[in-house]
Design a protein around this ligand. Structure first.
Ligand SMILES: Cc1cc2nc3c(=O)[nH]c(=O)nc-3n(C[C@H](O)[C@H](O)[C@H](O)COP(=O)(O)O)c2cc1C
Length: 959
């Protein structure tokens, strides 16, 4: 309406008011007496602005936003990403900044001004006669004089509602603003009638699936507590989790305070909340359950059966239509607080409701069903994005199949561009909030992404308002009643303090006795850190005192050799280096171990001792012997130095005498990283529990040799506190070997499920086929067995998988064995997510070879009677033969610290020196293990080793 009346100055910079201009405007506002001047002063000072579309190359020349008040930019600060805009103009804030009721706070002068502005627009746009216009102005003038307010006609409200929609800068669907229908029910006087009208509104707006945009207008004193008609409840559960849609947590609480509830056993995440209405702020609100035929929901499906099955399994659904109830509309200075608005969905709105992490967060659940990795480690695979798109596709597909109006974001964006162009021609421009309009999916693919826009406020307008339950007097009173008298407060506080002291006293003494486990991480982009956080959470739940720390923050050099358990989870960056947060430790390890990086020798980073032998001898091989540790290396096999830093840490810790508590693991971002991580975590926690079974273990427990304790199944236990000193190798504290010659060989009893590594299932081998090499046939060694085994074998006759020692071998010609092994699992129950771990037997030749190499003194018959070492296997394997065949790994090469121990049994000093040299690890050891010498081969290589069989078995447990 002010087109052409205002001289605008193009600042040529930010079209919004800058800090200086803002204060100048503010000053002139406070001094100005004329409301007209105020309005003009609040208009951003722009003349003409060129808005560019970088996709089409088009340029639109827009005029200054007239007439408007732009309140969103503060002193030199752009607030365009604010979720809730400051809904009220500057006049409506009290000194404390508290938002007041605008209706009450508008002065008569302002209402008159706003009324005149709007009636002028109405008169111009609706082409009413000059006579009618004048008459209407006089009537309104009179009304305002007597009542400080005035009443709109239905036509005025209808057009005002349409304009408010047209001016809603965050709405993408404004092309259809003229189609908005108004249902004028300002005459409704009771809560019950409000609910009746709402039911009618749903019927009208749903329109058998051809959704109608509409506004139901109640009196300006009425309030809707429901933020939308159809909202899913959110229950706070006892365990602290939420059930339902977290967006409605407070509304659900308010509904419950009003008496609505669902029995806990009947609650689901898809419970529709009741409609809550309040005819007047001074009247109590009422809640009503919608009748079944108006609980309009749609169950999602997907055209691709794979996604369809997963989506249906999750029971995904949404309501068919948005009925937004929590916005207000300002028309000509009158605020309508209760104007439920119906429209239709753009699919991304539902997509976000289901996928936003703070909402239903279904992506991880969907990914689990589809066996996809969506952890941050897999971000490079874009699985999250793929699933997000599929959810949006499911929404569109389901609505279209049910013939319910919906719009996809590309169509909506194209519609908006069309609307914007129309508005530029008709009115010079339209306010548009780029931050909200660009769809949340494939932003750059949307035409809106490339379109410049201006955001400002034009009236009539849609605006945010406070949720009514936040100022409902009885709720506030209830809160006040909960406040105790001063005397009571003091008493309560004293009691609480005492109780707290007693509890803290107990807790502290218990805590003192607990072992601290430091979980250290080094992470560039957060993956390793999130795994570390997960580990800490798990350890805490398990009862351990777990401390999370960045690797570089751990005082490795100032521990005074106090015993410690350290778990390190680290990624690798750069050229196989530590990420930030691990670089100091990387440097320190290089310094103390003399380990250098040899990038050139192979495509794998190899860790090698530097050539200078003097330097290598300076390594203090016991500098970390106070520490039990486990390392998990996070990396990506896309890089040549896969998990380079994690490997450096593990190798260095071994070199420095630290005791590996659980096996080292690498987790590949390109290959189900989170699964490898979870496996490592599982193994590490099992090892920890075996070593430190009690969450509140005393320090003395840690110092006791695990070999003194009741033997545990896991070999890793033995790493825990063994003092492996490289210069003075220790021998294990042996359990004396005794035999019960009264019993003959016992066949291990058939275990019953559930099956674990410790309680393994004896499976029949149905097939054992060599897949590599020229003759990928059934391997000779098992051909005979193949013929004799059958699926009908009784459980007693089941044979275990027998794998030759060459299976793990990389022989001189670089040959590796890859086999297809088919096991009969007919009477084994398993479920999705269970995994199989094959525990192979040692061959008879290997077992006999080791026995012979040890110079077995006691005679073969003792091999087949129960012996005291069976306690290592928890009694599962009774005889020495069974233990050697099934429990002791005779196949893989001995580790450095085991070689170091074995060295003490070598009679020949030359061999002892060689063994100790290998026991240092490093390049010599790396070269030695290239041929994967078995235990038997090692004993044959160093013939002076005289180790009793039972001690060899126990040394081997130190793997
Ligand atoms: C620039 C860059 C260099 C990387 N270098 C390596 C590398 O040398 N070796 C490796 O295994 N992974 C490498 N990665 C992969 C990361 O280790 C992998 O993405 C890991 O999951 C990141 O974990 P974080 O988020 O905890 O840092 C590299 C990644 C980037 C971006």
């Amino acid at each position: 309406m002010h087109n052409g009346e205002v001289v605008l100055h193009n600042s040529g910079k930010c079209p919004f008011i800058s800090g200086q201009e803002f204060s100048a405007v503010n000053d002139s506002l406070s001094s100005a007496g004329n409301a007209d001047e105020n309005r003009l002063l609040w208009t951003p000072e722009i003349e003409r602005v060129q808005l560019q579309n970088y996709q089409t190359g088009e340029s639109i020349s827009v005029t200054g936003p007239l007439p408007n008040i732009y309140q969103d930019c503060r002193h030199q600060v752009c607030t365009s990403t604010f979720m809730s805009l400051p809904a009220h103009s500057h006049q409506n804030k009290s000194k404390s900044g508290h938002v007041m009721d605008e209706l009450e706070s508008y002065s008569v002068t302002n209402i008159r001004k706003e009324a005149y502005d709007y009636l002028q627009i109405f008169h111009k746009d609706k082409n009413t006669s000059e006579v009618d216009y004048k008459k209407r102005l006089e009537q309104v003038e009179l009304e305002i004089e007597h009542t400080r307010s005035y009443v709109h006609t239905t036509d005025e409200i209808e057009y005002g509602g349409q304009l408010a929609w047209r001016n809603a800068s965050r709405c993408i669907n404004r092309l259809f603003w003229r189609d908005l229908k108004i249902i004028d029910r300002r005459d409704v006087k009771t809560n019950h009638d409000m609910f009746k009208e709402i039911c009618n509104h749903i019927r009208f707006a749903y329109n058998k699936g051809t959704l109608q945009s509409s506004i139901l207008v109640f009196s300006s004193r009425a309030r809707m507590w429901s933020t939308q008609y159809l909202r899913y409840a959110c229950y706070e559960q006892l365990n602290g989790t939420l059930l339902g849609d977290p967006a409605n947590r407070h509304l659900t609480k308010a509904a419950m305070q009003l008496g609505w509830n669902k029995p806990e056993t009947e609650r689901t995440q898809w419970d529709l909340l009741p409609i809550i209405v309040q005819i007047d702020p001074n009247e109590p609100p009422s809640w009503y359950e919608l009748p079944q035929d108006l609980r309009l929901e749609i169950f999602l499906s997907h055209p691709d059966p794979k996604y369809d099955a997963a989506i249906k399994k999750l029971g995904l659904r949404w309501v068919v239509q948005p009925y937004v109830c929590d916005k207000a509309i300002e028309i000509g200075g009158i605020f309508y607080r209760c104007v439920p608005f119906s429209g239709w969905f753009m699919e991304t709105e539902i997509g976000r409701n289901l996928c936003d992490i703070q909402r239903y967060n279904i992506i991880p659940k969907l990914a689990a069903l589809l066996n996809l990795d969506v952890t941050t480690a897999a971000n490079s695979q874009l699985n999250v994005d793929r699933l997000y798109v599929e959810i949006n596709a499911a929404v569109l597909y389901s609505f279209q199949k049910a013939q319910i109006t919906i719009v996809d974001h590309h169509t909506a964006a194209a519609g908006f561009i069309k609307f914007m162009k129309q508005e530029v021609i008709l009115r010079g421009n339209t306010p548009a909030d780029w931050v909200w309009l660009v769809p949340p999916i494939s932003g750059g693919m949307s035409s809106l992404f490339h379109q410049e826009m201006l955001n400002y406020v034009v009236k009539p307008r849609v605006l945010d308002q406070r949720d009514p339950w936040t100022y409902y007097a009885p709720f506030l009173k209830h809160k006040r009643n909960l406040t105790l008298s001063t005397e009571n407060k003091r008493r309560r506080r004293w009691l609480l303090v005492r109780a707290a002291c007693v509890i803290i006293g107990f807790a502290l003494s218990a805590m003192k006795r607990r072992i601290s486990i430091h979980v250290l991480y080094a992470s560039a982009s957060g993956t390793a850190q999130s795994y570390a956080e997960q580990m800490v959470k798990r350890l805490k739940i398990t009862g351990y005192n777990a401390i999370l720390m960045e690797l570089d923050s751990y005082p490795f050099e100032q521990t005074n050799n106090t015993r410690a358990i350290i778990f390190i989870i680290t990624s690798t960056f750069g050229q196989g280096n530590a990420p930030e947060g691990g670089q100091k430790v990387e440097q320190w390890l290089h310094n103390v171990t003399n380990i250098g990086m040899n990038n050139s020798t192979s495509n794998m980073k190899r860790i090698s001792l530097q050539n200078n032998p003097n330097q290598s001898s300076e390594i203090n091989k016991s500098s970390l012997n106070w520490c039990s540790y486990a390392v998990c290396a996070i990396g990506s096999s896309a890089y040549p130095f896969f998990c380079g830093f994690g490997k450096l840490v593990d190798t260095s810790f071994q070199l420095l005498g630290a005791h590996r508590l659980a096996p080292f693991a690498t987790c590949d971002a390109l290959n189900q990283q989170y699964k490898s991580y979870n496996e490592w975590e599982e193994n590490t926690v099992i090892a920890l529990k075996s070593a430190y079974p009690h969450a509140c273990s005393r320090k003395e427990d840690i110092r006791r040799s695990p070999l003194d304790r009741a033997p545990s199944l896991r070999r890793e236990v033995s790493y825990v506190e063994q003092q492996v000193n490289l210069t003075k190798p220790l021998r294990p504290t042996s359990i004396p070997l005794t035999f019960n010659t009264n019993d003959s060989e016992t066949i291990p009893s058939e275990p019953v499920g559930p099956f674990t590594k410790e309680n393994s299932y004896l499976a029949t081998v149905l097939q054992n086929i060599e897949l590599t090499g020229s003759d990928n046939n059934i391997n000779d060694f098992d051909r005979q067995d193949q013929q004799t085994s059958s699926t009908t074998d009784s459980i007693q006759s089941k044979r275990k998988v027998t794998i030759p020692s060459s299976f793990n071998n990389v022989s001189n010609d670089g040959y590796r064995s890859v086999r297809l092994i088919v096991l009969d699992t007919t009477d084994l129950n398993y479920y999705p997510g269970d995994h199989v771990c094959i525990l192979p037997e040692n061959t008879l030749a290997n077992v006999n070879g080791v026995i012979a190499a040890c110079g077995w003194q006691l005679g073969n018959k003792l091999l087949i009677v129960p012996c005291s070492l069976s306690s290592y296997t928890n009694g599962k394997y009774q005889t020495l033969r069974q233990i050697l065949t099934n429990f002791v790994d005779l196949t893989t090469p001995l580790r450095p610290h085991t070689l170091n121990t074995i060295a003490t049994y070598a009679k020949d000093t030359n061999e002892q020196r060689q063994l100790m040299e290998l026991g240092k690890g490093g390049q010599r050891y790396t070269d030695w293990i290239v041929n994967s010498p078995t235990v038997k081969e090692t004993l044959e290589m160093f013939r002076s080793i005289q180790i009793p069989l039972e001690e060899l078995i126990q040394v081997r447990f130190l793997l």
